[in-house]
Ligand binder design. Sequence first.
Ligand SMILES: Cc1ncc(COP(=O)(O)O)c(C=O)c1O
Length: 334
Amino acid sequence: MKKYFLDPVSPNFSTFLDYMTQLNNKVEQYVKPDMARVPSSITEKYAGLLEKENLSEDGEDLDSVFSRLAYYSQGLIRWNHPGALINVNPPATIPATVVSSYFSLYTPNGAQDMSTGYLLTTELAVVKMLSQLAGIDYKQSGGYFTFGGKSTNIHAIKHGLQRISPDYGTNGLSGDIVTFSSTQGHPCHAEACNWLGIGDKNCIRISTNKMGEINLEELETRMAESIEQGKKIACITVNGGTTIQMTIDPIKKVADIRDRLVEKYHLNYVPRIHVDSVIGWVCLFFKDYDFDKNPFKFSDSALQKLKRQMLRISEIKYADSFGVDFHKTGFAPY
Ligand SMILES: Cc1ncc(COP(=O)(O)O)c(C=O)c1O
């Protein structure tokens, strides 16, 4: 067994690399370089596969475990292949993958600097850099790593609930709570309500115009209606680049509506505005691009689209929070 662990006195790192190579050699047997997807000869259903999977009393040697893992890589999409164009799934870079695999040797715990040391600085640094990118004073902002895009939306709504009732974590939810999104918003905007006990039916979906942007008049009317019915608004989730269409809603105008209603109805809390920018945040990188000189020589049509998206996403600073996914447009692995 000892050979499976790094020796604490004379760490033999080459074992790590040898095992990587061993696994890679086995997976590569299934890969066809000209195909985006690893071809699959598996015809059984999961139930059939499970019948063959049993806890072994005697253990199993690593070579056999790797062979069986490689067998299951059939059907895997290779995102680095130019033919892989499904959804927003950029390939992970090799350095990003190395960093995550390498530090896994030490199982750092993102919740504890006691065991993780100064590696947690990376979280603070990333939050600072993203604040700078968004034009927000990093000394006033905060943020943290979560477990994915859905989780960024869950966190935003949770914070919205805390605004309505600061002791909701202790006492639980009370009263009628709603959230807002548009019909083009991701399904997880409602799933987040499900997870938080608000209920997916209380995520009110506002219609969109033909460009997929949220209908502002309808949003204002439906928000006012909810307030008049005594409901509390935990969050307005604004699109900051939708999954297929890359639609970015008018963030500032939504913030203006929220502010108007807070004043009109003398609300004792401010409904949270969260931008689901897990894909579109990346457009912020173009805020300093010289669109006149166009040094990257983008085509006219690409240049116009990039500029429009950049101008729209630059309004992110008017929201209370926004989400960023590195496994989408950050070339990092999940
Ligand atoms: C706009 C948007 N929001 C949220 C999500 C959910 O992200 P995740 O699958 O990482 O939970 C996705 C995923 O595709 C998305 O495209």
